[in-house]
Write a protein that binds this ligand. Structure first.
Ligand code: HEC
Length: 201
């Protein structure tokens, strides 16, 4: 199944480089067409009794657009499908880069079952909690980038389908960069989603 994900937000690719003189944020960004079409990877080696659950999970992952953030390149419409759901080397700014020269940047992590770079060591409950509450192994999520508020009311059946599906895909070893605190310069590329209004409002 193909899903079109159109971000109704400000799609821009920003690079964390800037001169020390007058800061013109618009000089640093490039406009892009932020439409991503992503197929979730096929599950592998699923026991027949779990097939329906995993199929439902695959459907939900595509529907909810998880791969748009969690797949390398997808945020700029160039997904690396050999690394589906294995985390993004392109970050997402969580403070406004048009106001702060060095915004805070977070990198959507690897959510394939790789034990070292993904969620292979997470329990089912930890994965379900991350989806529903933004709380994960790393403690409370203070950065509201992962849109868990939109998933908070997901049914038990659906969240276990997502967990079952995430467990069923092949593990991919891929480490994403460390998050960048606001005020720190980074050379990693990032996008920024924001809400903008016309000046006449
Ligand atoms: C808008 C981008 C975005 C979308 C869409 C998104 N995530 Fe995330 N996700 C993130 C980011 C960024 C993090 C890191 C935690 C944070 O900063 O909020 C994260 C963290 C996670 C974690 C915890 C993993 C870890 O190592 O911390 C899991 C599990 C997860 N996401 C699963 C999902 C699933 C399943 C979906 C779809 C239902 C989804 N995400 C959709 C951006 C996203």
């Amino acid at each position: 199944m193909k899903i079109h994900l159109a971000w109704l937000v400000f799609p821009a690719l920003l690079f964390g480089c800037a001169s020390d003189d007058y800061y013109d944020p618009l000089k640093d960004y490039e406009e892009m067409d932020a439409v991503t079409i992503l197929d979730a990877p096929s599950p592998s080696g699923v026991a027949p009794e779990n097939q329906a659950l995993v199929d439902r999970g695959e459907y939900l992952i595509e529907l909810l657009g998880c791969g748009t953030c969690h797949t390398d390149g997808a945020l700029i419409g160039e997904p690396d499908l050999s690394k589906s759901l294995a985390g993004s080397g392109i970050g997402i700014a969580y403070t406004n880069p048009l106001r702060n020269r060095y915004p805070g940047v977070v990198f959507a992590p690897n959510i394939t079952p790789d034990r070292d770079t993904g969620i292979g060591r997470w329990t089912d409950n930890e994965i379900a909690d991350a989806v529903r509450t933004g709380l994960g192994r790393h403690g409370p999520q203070r950065i509201l980038v992962m849109p868990w508020q939109g998933y908070a009311k997901i049914s038990d059946e659906d969240v276990w389908a997502i967990v079952g599906y995430l467990r069923s895909v092949d593990p991919i070893e891929h480490q994403v960069p460390n998050d960048v605190p606001a005020g720190t310069r980074t050379s990693e590329p990032f996008v920024h989603f924001g809400i903008y209004r016309t000046r006449s409002l």
